[in-house]
Design a protein around this ligand. Structure first.
Ligand SMILES: [Zn+2]
Length: 352
């Protein structure tokens, strides 16, 4: 409708350019026009049809009203569809369809509908690709934690249901979520990004080097290469690079470290710990060594789950067992390429 240059910008691009909407990707019209992508949204959004028309910049149709008097006024009404003013004397009778109050309902419904579509879009191939471009341009900001070395954060929601919480920033370096630094993001619903996107992004683009500072290099974001050590198909340097020895704040009084068992001592620091040798987290290879069988497709799902959970756990027990397996671990390091993590990143590599 308004794609040619010089015409007014579309509803979607004007929505995404609003203050506070910097995290949003522009959902493609093809994605919205595919009914499959909208499954189940009709019941969640009031005035769904009108909201969808507003998002797609479709002129509202009055095809359901068959009165002759209304038909003759069709041209007048189409002109004031967007600004909501219905001040003409003889236009008042049909003002029920596009009154200012209706428009504000439709407008907020359209924002809600767009957000829910956006939650799905950024998990699609085209959407996650667009989000990776925004990530590279630093649109999502950086983790405020000092030891995270300005790792770029990702917008996430803590719930997939709208109205529950605002958007948060997930830091892949310390594996925690933060309130965005600017208050303008506190009006953005977290469900518009959802719980899936953050983790899916890191699975889809494992080659971003999270251990390097993402703050200064805007265009040439540091990338991993294949010759770096892999754990379950994920680069070892990307496993919580902001945590572990030397990356944990150490409280001191006059230069002396505060004892862990002091009254105000730094308890629970193990929560931010991680093993010095990340190879002990390579459960898939270790499991294969223990069973002495090929790592078949049955084990792959299990290795994914293990990889997710053990990042936060203490690995004291596994560290004790590690030396016995280390020799075998080196031999079998090649086998881990069978892991599902080493898929061709959703086909995105070709475009990166
Ligand atoms: Zn962080």
């Amino acid at each position: 409708m308004s794609t040619s240059s010089g015409s007014p910008e579309s509803w979607i691009s004007s929505f995404c350019s609003l203050l506070g909407h910097e995290y949003f990707a522009e959902v493609s019209e093809e994605f919205i026009e595919d009914d499959f992508n909208l499954t189940g949204l009709q019941t969640q959004v009031p005035m769904y049809k009108e909201a969808l028309e507003m998002i797609l910049d479709v002129e509202p149709e009055d095809d359901d009203d068959d009165d002759d008097e209304e038909e003759e006024e069709d041209e007048d009404v189409s002109g004031d569809g967007r600004d909501g003013t219905t001040h003409r004397a003889h236009g008042e009778r049909r003002a029920h369809s596009r009154m200012a109050s209706d428009l504000s309902v439709i407008e907020s419904s359209a924002e809600m509908l767009y957000g829910l579509i956006h939650q799905r879009f950024i998990c699609s191939r085209a959407g996650i690709q667009q989000m990776s471009e925004k990530y590279e341009l630093g649109h999502f900001g950086i983790c405020p934690r000092m030891n995270c070395n300005q790792t770029r954060a990702l917008p996430v929601g803590l719930s997939d249901i709208p109205g529950e919480d605002t958007v948060k920033l997930f830091c892949p370096s310390c594996l925690d979520v933060y309130v965005p630094p600017n208050s303008r993001f506190q009006t953005v619903d977290g469900a518009f990004f959802g719980r899936t996107f953050g983790a899916l992004f890191l699975l889809t683009f494992p080659e971003y080097d999270l251990s390097k500072s993402g703050g200064d290099s805007v265009q040439n974001l540091p990338r991993n290469t294949d010759d770096k050590a892999l754990i379950n198909g994920i680069y070892a340097c990307n496993v919580a690079p902001g945590l572990g020895p030397g990356k944990i704040y150490e409280p001191r009084i006059y230069g002396f470290r505060v004892s862990e068992i002091a009254r105000s001592g730094p308890r629970m620091q193990w929560l931010r710990n991680k093993p010095a040798d990340m190879a002990v987290l390579n459960e898939a290879v270790r499991f294969a060594g223990e069973v002495e069988e090929n790592v078949g497709t049955d084990n792959d799902d299990e290795s994914m789950n293990l990889n997710n959970t053990t990042g936060r756990e203490t690995t004291n027990t596994s560290r004790r067992r590690a030396p016995a397996i280390n020799a075998r671990l080196r031999q079998q390091r090649q086998n881990q390429n069978a892991s599902p993590m080493t898929l061709d990143t959703n086909g995105a590599e070709s475009e990166l």
